[in-house]
Design a protein around this ligand. Structure first.
Ligand SMILES: C[S@@+](CC[C@H](N)C(=O)[O-])C[C@H]1O[C@@H](n2cnc3c(N)ncnc32)[C@H](O)[C@@H]1O
Length: 97
């Protein structure tokens, strides 16, 4: 049954099949290029759950480009924007490889 209101004290992983949700990208992807970098598997799941194949996803705060990589894997088009040159270049390199 879905409750109207749910209060959660403290953090808990509500997406159980992706183990590294709370620890970030390092464990699942073996790399950490941005301090707020998300696991590719997590973003891929969210994209698959909320869009259709061929859709375009816009990430205006691209960081290290995780959303773009997840889009490539999931068959979605991607537009990314990043203000910091260092992270823009990291995204560009990750998406090219
Ligand atoms: C939380 S991080 C995104 C992390 C990303 N999800 C990942 O997995 O790497 C947010 C990014 O937004 C960028 N940012 C902040 N303000 C911005 C702006 N006005 N335009 C574009 N990018 C911006 C920051 O430089 C930072 O890299």
């Amino acid at each position: 049954m879905i409750k109207d209101i749910e209060l959660i004290k403290g953090a808990r992983n509500i997406i159980r099949e992706i183990k590294s949700f709370s620890t970030g990208a390092k464990k699942t992807n073996g790399e950490k290029l941005h301090r707020a970098q998300k696991p590719i598997e997590l973003i891929e799941k969210l994209i698959k759950d909320s869009t259709n194949k061929g859709d375009t996803v816009l990430d205006p705060f691209m960081g290290s480009g995780t959303t773009g990589i997840a889009c490539k894997k999931a068959g979605r088009k991607f537009i990314g924007i990043e203000i910091t040159e260092k992270y823009y270049n990291i995204s560009k390199n990750r998406l090219a490889s």
